[in-house]
Ligand binder design. Structure first.
Ligand code: GDP
Ligand code: ZN
Length: 300
Protein backbone atom coordinates (compact mmCIF):
# COMPACT_ATOMS: atom_id res chain seq x y z
CA UNK A 1 0.00 0.00 0.00
CA UNK A 2 2.81 2.36 0.83
CA UNK A 3 4.29 1.79 -2.59
CA UNK A 4 1.10 2.69 -4.38
CA UNK A 5 0.18 5.68 -2.23
CA UNK A 6 0.24 8.85 -4.28
CA UNK A 7 -0.47 11.39 -1.57
CA UNK A 8 -1.42 11.68 2.07
CA UNK A 9 -5.05 10.82 1.38
CA UNK A 10 -4.01 7.31 0.39
CA UNK A 11 -2.77 6.55 3.89
CA UNK A 12 -5.07 5.34 6.65
CA UNK A 13 -6.29 7.76 9.31
CA UNK A 14 -8.23 7.27 12.52
CA UNK A 15 -11.73 6.06 11.68
CA UNK A 16 -10.77 4.20 8.55
CA UNK A 17 -12.14 0.75 7.91
CA UNK A 18 -9.37 -1.40 6.49
CA UNK A 19 -8.71 -4.91 5.34
CA UNK A 20 -5.73 -6.59 6.92
CA UNK A 21 -3.71 -9.73 6.60
CA UNK A 22 -2.22 -11.18 9.71
CA UNK A 23 1.52 -11.42 9.62
CA UNK A 24 2.12 -12.93 13.04
CA UNK A 25 0.78 -13.02 16.58
CA UNK A 26 -0.71 -9.60 17.28
CA UNK A 27 0.64 -8.28 14.01
CA UNK A 28 -1.08 -7.37 10.83
CA UNK A 29 -0.55 -5.49 7.63
CA UNK A 30 -3.09 -3.08 6.20
CA UNK A 31 -3.97 -4.14 2.70
CA UNK A 32 -6.60 -1.68 1.66
CA UNK A 33 -8.73 1.18 2.93
CA UNK A 34 -12.46 0.83 2.39
CA UNK A 35 -14.16 3.76 0.67
CA UNK A 36 -14.64 6.61 3.14
CA UNK A 37 -18.16 7.84 3.86
CA UNK A 38 -16.83 11.13 5.14
CA UNK A 39 -13.42 12.67 5.54
CA UNK A 40 -12.43 15.39 7.95
CA UNK A 41 -9.43 17.19 6.55
CA UNK A 42 -7.47 20.31 7.01
CA UNK A 43 -5.55 22.61 4.84
CA UNK A 44 -2.36 23.65 6.55
CA UNK A 45 -0.74 26.92 5.57
CA UNK A 46 2.11 26.60 3.13
CA UNK A 47 1.43 22.97 2.38
CA UNK A 48 0.25 22.01 -1.04
CA UNK A 49 -2.03 19.12 -0.17
CA UNK A 50 -5.09 18.50 1.92
CA UNK A 51 -4.28 16.62 5.07
CA UNK A 52 -6.77 13.91 6.00
CA UNK A 53 -7.51 13.92 9.72
CA UNK A 54 -10.26 11.38 10.39
CA UNK A 55 -12.52 9.18 8.29
CA UNK A 56 -16.11 8.03 8.58
CA UNK A 57 -17.22 10.49 11.21
CA UNK A 58 -21.00 10.79 10.93
CA UNK A 59 -21.60 13.79 13.14
CA UNK A 60 -19.33 16.55 14.41
CA UNK A 61 -20.28 18.41 17.55
CA UNK A 62 -19.00 21.94 17.10
CA UNK A 63 -18.43 23.21 20.62
CA UNK A 64 -18.12 26.73 21.93
CA UNK A 65 -18.25 28.01 25.47
CA UNK A 66 -20.78 30.75 26.14
CA UNK A 67 -18.21 33.05 27.68
CA UNK A 68 -15.32 34.69 25.86
CA UNK A 69 -15.15 31.96 23.26
CA UNK A 70 -18.55 32.66 21.71
CA UNK A 71 -18.08 33.72 18.10
CA UNK A 72 -20.40 33.21 15.14
CA UNK A 73 -17.61 33.49 12.59
CA UNK A 74 -15.79 30.67 14.25
CA UNK A 75 -18.91 28.51 14.06
CA UNK A 76 -19.06 29.32 10.38
CA UNK A 77 -15.48 28.26 9.88
CA UNK A 78 -16.05 24.91 11.53
CA UNK A 79 -19.32 24.42 9.66
CA UNK A 80 -17.46 24.92 6.39
CA UNK A 81 -14.82 22.36 7.29
CA UNK A 82 -17.43 19.88 8.42
CA UNK A 83 -19.72 20.24 5.41
CA UNK A 84 -16.74 19.98 3.11
CA UNK A 85 -16.08 16.59 4.68
CA UNK A 86 -19.75 15.57 4.22
CA UNK A 87 -20.13 15.32 8.00
CA UNK A 88 -23.33 16.39 9.73
CA UNK A 89 -22.83 19.27 12.18
CA UNK A 90 -24.46 19.81 15.56
CA UNK A 91 -23.69 23.02 17.40
CA UNK A 92 -23.07 22.74 21.14
CA UNK A 93 -23.00 25.69 23.50
CA UNK A 94 -21.20 24.63 26.66
CA UNK A 95 -20.67 26.25 30.08
CA UNK A 96 -24.23 27.51 30.22
CA UNK A 97 -23.94 27.47 34.01
CA UNK A 98 -21.95 30.69 33.63
CA UNK A 99 -24.74 32.82 32.16
CA UNK A 100 -28.37 33.64 32.78
CA UNK A 101 -31.24 32.02 30.93
CA UNK A 102 -31.92 35.28 29.08
CA UNK A 103 -28.31 35.52 27.95
CA UNK A 104 -28.43 31.95 26.76
CA UNK A 105 -31.63 32.53 24.82
CA UNK A 106 -30.01 35.50 23.13
CA UNK A 107 -26.97 33.45 22.11
CA UNK A 108 -29.09 30.59 20.79
CA UNK A 109 -31.16 33.08 18.80
CA UNK A 110 -28.00 34.56 17.31
CA UNK A 111 -26.87 31.12 16.19
CA UNK A 112 -30.25 30.18 14.75
CA UNK A 113 -30.49 33.51 12.99
CA UNK A 114 -27.20 32.99 11.26
CA UNK A 115 -27.26 29.24 10.61
CA UNK A 116 -30.60 27.81 9.62
CA UNK A 117 -31.38 24.09 9.77
CA UNK A 118 -28.54 23.27 12.09
CA UNK A 119 -29.29 21.59 15.38
CA UNK A 120 -28.23 23.56 18.43
CA UNK A 121 -27.75 21.92 21.83
CA UNK A 122 -26.82 23.56 25.11
CA UNK A 123 -24.90 21.96 27.92
CA UNK A 124 -22.90 22.36 31.06
CA UNK A 125 -20.26 19.77 31.81
CA UNK A 126 -20.03 21.45 35.19
CA UNK A 127 -23.56 20.82 36.46
CA UNK A 128 -24.45 18.18 33.83
CA UNK A 129 -27.40 20.07 32.41
CA UNK A 130 -28.00 19.20 28.78
CA UNK A 131 -25.74 16.16 28.90
CA UNK A 132 -28.74 13.86 28.58
CA UNK A 133 -29.82 15.72 25.48
CA UNK A 134 -26.36 15.32 24.04
CA UNK A 135 -26.31 11.61 24.83
CA UNK A 136 -29.68 11.28 23.12
CA UNK A 137 -28.27 12.79 19.94
CA UNK A 138 -25.70 10.01 19.84
CA UNK A 139 -26.95 6.91 18.04
CA UNK A 140 -25.77 3.35 18.12
CA UNK A 141 -23.17 2.51 15.50
CA UNK A 142 -22.57 6.11 14.50
CA UNK A 143 -19.28 7.91 14.87
CA UNK A 144 -18.92 11.35 16.46
CA UNK A 145 -16.22 13.89 17.11
CA UNK A 146 -15.93 17.13 19.06
CA UNK A 147 -14.48 20.22 17.45
CA UNK A 148 -13.75 23.55 19.05
CA UNK A 149 -11.13 25.76 20.62
CA UNK A 150 -9.02 24.55 23.48
CA UNK A 151 -10.71 25.07 26.83
CA UNK A 152 -14.32 25.07 25.69
CA UNK A 153 -14.94 21.82 27.56
CA UNK A 154 -14.69 19.05 24.98
CA UNK A 155 -12.86 16.65 27.29
CA UNK A 156 -15.23 17.45 30.13
CA UNK A 157 -18.24 16.69 27.93
CA UNK A 158 -16.78 13.45 26.60
CA UNK A 159 -15.99 12.35 30.15
CA UNK A 160 -19.58 13.09 31.16
CA UNK A 161 -20.88 11.06 28.23
CA UNK A 162 -18.58 8.18 29.10
CA UNK A 163 -19.51 8.45 32.76
CA UNK A 164 -15.81 8.14 33.48
CA UNK A 165 -12.85 10.46 33.60
CA UNK A 166 -11.03 8.94 30.68
CA UNK A 167 -9.87 12.21 29.20
CA UNK A 168 -7.77 14.66 31.10
CA UNK A 169 -9.33 18.05 31.42
CA UNK A 170 -7.23 21.13 31.52
CA UNK A 171 -7.37 21.79 35.21
CA UNK A 172 -5.98 18.41 36.02
CA UNK A 173 -3.25 18.55 33.44
CA UNK A 174 -2.02 21.93 34.66
CA UNK A 175 -2.23 21.36 38.41
CA UNK A 176 -0.40 18.05 38.44
CA UNK A 177 2.09 17.57 35.69
CA UNK A 178 1.25 13.98 34.97
CA UNK A 179 -2.47 14.00 35.59
CA UNK A 180 -3.99 11.56 37.97
CA UNK A 181 -6.05 9.68 35.44
CA UNK A 182 -5.02 6.70 33.41
CA UNK A 183 -3.50 8.09 30.28
CA UNK A 184 -3.75 5.10 28.01
CA UNK A 185 -3.65 6.37 24.48
CA UNK A 186 -7.01 5.82 22.91
CA UNK A 187 -8.60 7.59 20.01
CA UNK A 188 -11.94 5.88 19.82
CA UNK A 189 -14.39 5.60 22.69
CA UNK A 190 -17.48 3.44 22.67
CA UNK A 191 -20.37 4.79 24.70
CA UNK A 192 -22.77 2.57 26.60
CA UNK A 193 -25.41 2.98 23.89
CA UNK A 194 -23.04 1.83 21.16
CA UNK A 195 -22.26 5.26 19.74
CA UNK A 196 -18.60 6.02 19.17
CA UNK A 197 -16.52 9.12 19.78
CA UNK A 198 -13.27 9.71 17.96
CA UNK A 199 -10.90 12.18 19.53
CA UNK A 200 -7.26 13.14 19.06
CA UNK A 201 -5.27 16.38 18.88
CA UNK A 202 -5.40 16.48 15.08
CA UNK A 203 -9.19 16.42 15.11
CA UNK A 204 -9.37 19.07 17.79
CA UNK A 205 -7.09 21.37 15.88
CA UNK A 206 -8.69 20.91 12.51
CA UNK A 207 -9.90 24.52 12.52
CA UNK A 208 -6.54 26.10 13.14
CA UNK A 209 -5.14 26.01 9.63
CA UNK A 210 -7.81 28.23 8.24
CA UNK A 211 -7.60 31.98 7.98
CA UNK A 212 -11.11 33.37 8.23
CA UNK A 213 -10.54 34.11 11.86
CA UNK A 214 -7.37 35.95 10.90
CA UNK A 215 -9.51 37.91 8.47
CA UNK A 216 -11.96 38.76 11.21
CA UNK A 217 -9.18 39.82 13.55
CA UNK A 218 -7.19 41.82 11.08
CA UNK A 219 -10.24 43.62 9.82
CA UNK A 220 -12.18 43.88 13.03
CA UNK A 221 -13.67 47.19 11.97
CA UNK A 222 -15.20 45.71 8.85
CA UNK A 223 -16.46 42.68 10.71
CA UNK A 224 -18.23 44.99 13.10
CA UNK A 225 -19.83 46.96 10.27
CA UNK A 226 -20.83 43.72 8.56
CA UNK A 227 -23.10 42.85 11.45
CA UNK A 228 -25.41 45.62 10.24
CA UNK A 229 -25.64 44.43 6.64
CA UNK A 230 -29.12 43.60 5.48
CA UNK A 231 -28.20 40.08 4.37
CA UNK A 232 -26.35 37.65 6.62
CA UNK A 233 -24.42 36.27 3.67
CA UNK A 234 -23.57 39.73 2.35
CA UNK A 235 -20.29 39.75 0.43
CA UNK A 236 -19.99 43.55 0.82
CA UNK A 237 -19.53 43.79 -2.90
CA UNK A 238 -22.81 44.93 -4.44
CA UNK A 239 -25.67 44.02 -2.09
CA UNK A 240 -28.35 46.56 -1.16
CA UNK A 241 -28.34 47.49 2.52
CA UNK A 242 -24.64 46.70 2.88
CA UNK A 243 -23.27 48.53 5.91
CA UNK A 244 -19.69 48.11 4.73
CA UNK A 245 -20.35 49.78 1.39
CA UNK A 246 -22.24 52.55 3.19
CA UNK A 247 -19.22 53.20 5.43
CA UNK A 248 -16.99 53.22 2.38
CA UNK A 249 -19.25 55.82 0.78
CA UNK A 250 -19.30 58.02 3.87
CA UNK A 251 -15.53 57.82 4.29
CA UNK A 252 -15.89 56.03 7.60
CA UNK A 253 -13.91 53.18 6.04
CA UNK A 254 -10.80 53.70 3.94
CA UNK A 255 -10.72 52.41 0.39
CA UNK A 256 -7.42 50.57 0.97
CA UNK A 257 -8.66 48.72 3.97
CA UNK A 258 -11.79 47.72 2.13
CA UNK A 259 -9.96 46.41 -0.94
CA UNK A 260 -7.56 44.49 1.25
CA UNK A 261 -10.45 42.93 3.06
CA UNK A 262 -12.26 41.84 -0.07
CA UNK A 263 -9.13 40.23 -1.39
CA UNK A 264 -8.25 38.46 1.81
CA UNK A 265 -11.82 37.33 2.34
CA UNK A 266 -12.02 35.87 -1.13
CA UNK A 267 -8.81 33.96 -0.57
CA UNK A 268 -9.95 32.87 2.83
CA UNK A 269 -13.22 31.46 1.52
CA UNK A 270 -11.27 29.55 -1.04
CA UNK A 271 -8.91 28.43 1.65
CA UNK A 272 -11.62 26.97 3.84
CA UNK A 273 -13.08 25.04 0.94
CA UNK A 274 -9.96 24.15 -0.91
CA UNK A 275 -9.44 21.08 -2.99
CA UNK A 276 -6.46 19.52 -4.64
CA UNK A 277 -6.91 21.26 -7.96
CA UNK A 278 -6.40 24.70 -6.46
CA UNK A 279 -3.21 24.03 -4.60
CA UNK A 280 -1.13 26.65 -6.38
CA UNK A 281 -2.92 29.59 -4.86
CA UNK A 282 -1.99 28.68 -1.34
CA UNK A 283 1.52 29.95 -1.07
CA UNK A 284 0.70 33.47 -2.10
CA UNK A 285 -2.19 33.51 0.34
CA UNK A 286 0.02 32.50 3.25
CA UNK A 287 2.36 35.28 2.32
CA UNK A 288 -0.48 37.76 2.13
CA UNK A 289 -1.79 36.87 5.58
CA UNK A 290 1.69 37.35 6.94
CA UNK A 291 1.96 40.72 5.26
CA UNK A 292 -1.35 41.88 6.59
CA UNK A 293 -0.37 40.80 10.06
CA UNK A 294 2.91 42.67 9.73
CA UNK A 295 1.19 45.86 8.62
CA UNK A 296 -1.26 45.56 11.45
CA UNK A 297 1.55 45.27 13.96
CA UNK A 298 3.26 48.34 12.55
CA UNK A 299 0.13 50.40 12.89
CA UNK A 300 -0.45 49.52 16.52
P1 GDP B 1 -11.18 21.15 26.15
O1 GDP B 1 -9.83 21.78 25.94
O2 GDP B 1 -12.18 21.66 25.16
O3 GDP B 1 -11.15 19.66 26.21
O4 GDP B 1 -11.72 21.69 27.58
P2 GDP B 1 -11.70 20.95 28.99
O5 GDP B 1 -12.73 19.87 29.02
O6 GDP B 1 -10.31 20.58 29.34
O7 GDP B 1 -12.23 22.12 29.93
C1 GDP B 1 -11.50 23.32 30.13
C2 GDP B 1 -11.89 23.94 31.45
O8 GDP B 1 -13.26 24.35 31.42
C3 GDP B 1 -11.76 22.99 32.63
O9 GDP B 1 -11.25 23.71 33.70
C4 GDP B 1 -13.18 22.55 32.89
O10 GDP B 1 -13.39 22.20 34.23
C5 GDP B 1 -13.97 23.77 32.51
N1 GDP B 1 -15.32 23.44 32.05
C6 GDP B 1 -15.67 22.50 31.15
N2 GDP B 1 -17.01 22.47 30.97
C7 GDP B 1 -17.51 23.44 31.76
C8 GDP B 1 -18.85 23.92 32.02
O11 GDP B 1 -19.86 23.45 31.48
N3 GDP B 1 -18.97 24.96 32.91
C9 GDP B 1 -17.91 25.52 33.52
N4 GDP B 1 -18.12 26.51 34.36
N5 GDP B 1 -16.64 25.09 33.30
C10 GDP B 1 -16.45 24.07 32.46
ZN1 ZN C 1 -22.32 43.97 3.44
Amino acid sequence: MMFTAENQSDYPVVGDVVTISETGPGQAQIQAIMPRKTLLRRKAAGKDAVQPIAANIDVAFIVQAVDRDFNLNRFERYLTIVSKGKIEPIIVLNKIDLISRAELEDKVAQIKGRFQNIKVLTASAEDSSGIKGLAKAIKMGKVYCFLGSSGVGKSSIINKLLGRELLKTRMISTSTKKGKHATTHRELFVLDNGGMVIDNPGIREVGLGDASEAVANVFGHISKLAKHCKFVDCTHDHEPGCAVLAALESGDLSRDKYLNYVKLKKESDYYAMTDLEKRQKDKSFGRMVKNVMKHKKKKQ
